[in-house]
Ligand binder design. Structure first.
Ligand SMILES: Nc1nc2c(ncn2[C@@H]2O[C@H](COP(=O)(O)OP(=O)(O)OP(=O)(O)O)[C@@H](O)[C@H]2O)c(=O)[nH]1
Ligand SMILES: [Mg+2]
Length: 346
């Protein structure tokens, strides 16, 4: 790093720090300039530089791929893409995942190409299949999964959302119908960035306004990756509760909230009858939340996911891989050709 002043013959524009960037062979490929700033100051610096023949790079564009290609590394496009995404990641886990992929994914593709070119098409297909399988799970590290929180009024949905997010995002009160529309709240669980969707309580015979909110909550939760159904374990089991349970499907996680309070009438019999076990938690004390987080990770199929094994992180390339995988045996195009086309520079 170099510290100094930036300016021309006439005047000093700002104090700056320069960070030269080198490629793997040690050649200078660019310079980062950090100034004290102010938009005008940065504009002046950039204008002075471009007038003297410098070229501006767009974010992430730093000719990484070219330097890899120059080293004979293949396929550089994927490394470049991983680096570009790295700059926009918000969790450490996704950043580590992308760093890993920049290394293992090109190697895995190269290996498949080698196998395919040597005539081992079956082994090549098997390797590609496992990459495709892992890639679908890996999507959760790239696109935050949506998890909706549903259940009867006053069950503690908003309290649970706040507890999982680690912050008081949504209003909590003992009046039923506190949440009138769905609210999205960001959270991170086991390094996975999530969007929690707090919905309006599912109540029988609600007012017209609530009806709209409940309906909107239902549509929001229909398009989600996972649902948590929150019930208040401290109140007596009623018809409304049974109706809520009847609407659930196998993938939903049942949460019996308020475990800090005495259990209400009818619960023991009800829980015995349920196919999926309900997790006892207390949004108020935090009891059972670790188990719930584990269940959520499992529900997203991210249990034991190994971030260091090759997985395609780009949706477009994944879609092309799947088509290639499905059609390759009868189209006469080898996997080597399919993968080479996929990694060609756009
Ligand atoms: N003792 C106890 N009280 C809780 C717990 N979770 C929530 N509550 C209380 O239950 C009441 C309702 O909580 P909310 O989080 O607003 O419930 P909700 O399901 O979002 O309610 P609506 O938005 O009205 O559908 C509040 O008074 C909370 O303080 C818990 O684990 N234990
Ligand atoms: Mg609420």
């Amino acid at each position: 790093l170099y510290f100094g002043t930036f300016g021309d013959e006439r005047e000093t524009i700002d104090e700056v720090i320069l960070a030269p960037r080198h490629d793997r062979s040690g050649a200078l490929v660019g310079v980062d300039i950090s100034a004290h700033g102010g938009i005008r100051v940065v504009e002046r610096i950039l204008m002075t530089l471009t007038q003297r023949g410098a070229m501006l790079s767009s974010p992430g564009e730093f000719s990484f791929a070219e330097s890899c290609e120059a080293q004979g590394e293949w396929p550089a496009q994927i490394i470049n893409d991983a680096m570009r995404r790295l700059m926009r990641t918000t969790t450490r886990r996704t950043a580590m995942f992308l760093m890993n992929q920049a290394e293992v994914l090109p190697a895995a593709y190269s290996h498949i190409v080698e196998l395919s070119e040597a005539g081992n098409e079956d082994t090549a297909r098997a390797e590609l299949r496992s990459i495709i399988g892992r890639s679908h799970r890996a999507r959760h590290l790239i696109v935050p999964p949506k998890i909706s929180v549903i259940g009867p009024p006053n069950a503690g949905k908003s309290s649970l959302v706040n507890a999982l997010a680690g912050r008081d995002h949504v209003i909590v009160s003992d009046a039923e119908g506190t949440t009138r529309d769905w609210v999205t709240v960001p959270a991170v669980i086991e390094g996975i960035e999530l969007t929690l969707i707090d919905t309006a309580g599912l109540r029988e015979a609600p007012s017209a306004l609530e009806e709209i909110a409940i309906h909107r909550g239902r549509s929001a939760s229909a398009a989600c990756d996972l649902r948590l159904c929150v019930l208040d374990r401290s109140v007596e089991v009623t018809g409304n509760l049974r109706a809520t349970l009847a609407r659930l499907d196998d993938h939903d996680i049942l949460v019996a909230n308020k475990s800090d309070l005495p259990v209400g009438d009818g619960w023991t019999a009800l829980l015995d009858k349920l196919a999926t076990p309900a997790l006892a938690v207390s949004a108020a004390t935090g009891d059972g939340l670790d188990e719930l987080r584990k269940a959520m990770v499992g529900g997203l199929d991210m249990d034991g996911f190994d971030d260091a094994l090759p997985a395609e992180f780009d949706a477009d390339r994944l879609a092309k891989l799947e088509v290639g995988y499905r059609t390759n045996s009868n189209s006469g195009t080898s996997l080597a050709e399919i993968i080479k086309a996929l990694c060609a520079r756009q």
